[in-house]
Design a protein around this ligand. Structure first.
Ligand SMILES: NC(=O)c1ccc[n+]([C@@H]2O[C@H](COP(=O)([O-])OP(=O)(O)OC[C@H]3O[C@@H](n4cnc5c(N)ncnc54)[C@H](O)[C@@H]3O)[C@@H](O)[C@H]2O)c1
Length: 274
């Protein structure tokens, strides 16, 4: 590989056991970063970290639940104890459970917001606190800096760009990710910590396997058909790839993204126009 864009950086990727998170973790490792796999699944957390370590960079398996605030704080302490600092946070862990408007219950609502919205924010806050603590006093006193002192990237969704009749709770959680991104970016701008968000549309992961099954059953469609129809509606007529999400994430996490903050990028084959 040519120049590594994240050489020596310490990155936490939540939900990195599979799917988009694993793809980002793999790309970051190839770009020279040490990745912490912060993942609730007690099998994939270890297989993912082993895989990353086999690529030649020290990776850390960290079984945890981003909905548990004590576990978040403990993770920050443990990562700093092992690597000395945190440079990048990818807030990727997320849930997507099907529920139509009249099926939504307080339990379904709370389960999803606990992870997608509350967990994401408090993970961001805990890591940001550590990033601020890492800034040299003279830089803080000067009130400006010539480089970034941390990169935080949140996984939203094009479902967060407008209200949805189906999966209303999911779209609420993902629109919250956009406003959390904007508010956090402004709060952290004086510290030169960049916060941005990405909105994928369709990236084939386990999340879509589950959705296709649930939506196919609800609509009397054979396996794969609901997914096929969904992809057909994308202007570029294909799903996105994990690698494409990882490429944009790498750009934002690298020094190329130093002047970008408070922004939300659609990565959706032209589905959304704002
Ligand atoms: N795949 C897509 O098309 C798509 C589209 C838009 C947005 N997104 C968002 O991208 C992110 C990743 O999606 P994906 O498709 O890879 O999903 P996925 O379901 O394949 O992976 C999600 C990962 O997060 C982990 N996780 C779930 N709850 C957790 C918790 N409480 N603590 C720690 N880890 C937890 C899961 O175990 C899993 O490894 C999600 O936030 C999702 O909403 C995905």
């Amino acid at each position: 590989m040519s120049e590594q864009r994240l050489a020596g950086k310490i990155a936490i990727v939540t939900g990195a056991g599979q799917g988009i998170g694993l793809g980002i973790a793999e790309r970051f490792t190839r770009e020279g970063a040490h990745v912490v796999v912060a993942e609730i699944n007690r099998e994939t957390v270890y297989t993912a970290a082993e895989h990353l370590s086999s690529l030649g960079r020290e990776a850390m398996a960290y079984p945890m639940d981003v909905g548990d605030l004590d576990q978040i704080d403990q993770m920050v302490r443990d990562v700093v104890a092992r690597f000395g600092r945190i440079d990048i946070l990818i807030n990727n862990a997320g849930l997507s459970n099907k529920a139509s408007f009249f099926e939504l219950t307080p339990e379904i609502w709370d389960t999803l917001q606990r992870v997608n919205q509350r967990g994401l924010f408090f993970c961001l806050q805990a890591v940001a606190r550590q990033m601020v603590a890492q800034i040299p006093d003279e830089v803080k006193q000067a009130g400006r800096a010539d480089r970034s002192y941390g990169k935080i990237i949140n996984l939203s969704s094009i479902a967060g760009r407008r209200g949805r009749a189906d999966a209303l709770h999911y779209s609420v959680s993902k629109s919250a990710v956009i406003t959390i991104t904007q508010g956090a970016a402004l709060a952290l701008a004086p510290y030169n910590i960049n916060v941005n968000a990405i909105c994928p549309s369709v990236v084939p992961t386990q999340m879509w396997v589950n959705l296709d099954k649930a939506m196919g059953e609800a609509n009397g469609l054979p396996p794969g058909e609901w997914y096929r129809r969904r992809v057909e509606r994308i202007p570029l007529k294909r799903p996105g790839t994990v690698e494409e999400v990882a490429a944009l994430t790498t750009f934002l996490a690298s020094s190329d993204g130093d002047y970008i903050t408070a922004q939300t990028y659609n990565l959706d084959g032209g589905s959304e126009l704002n």
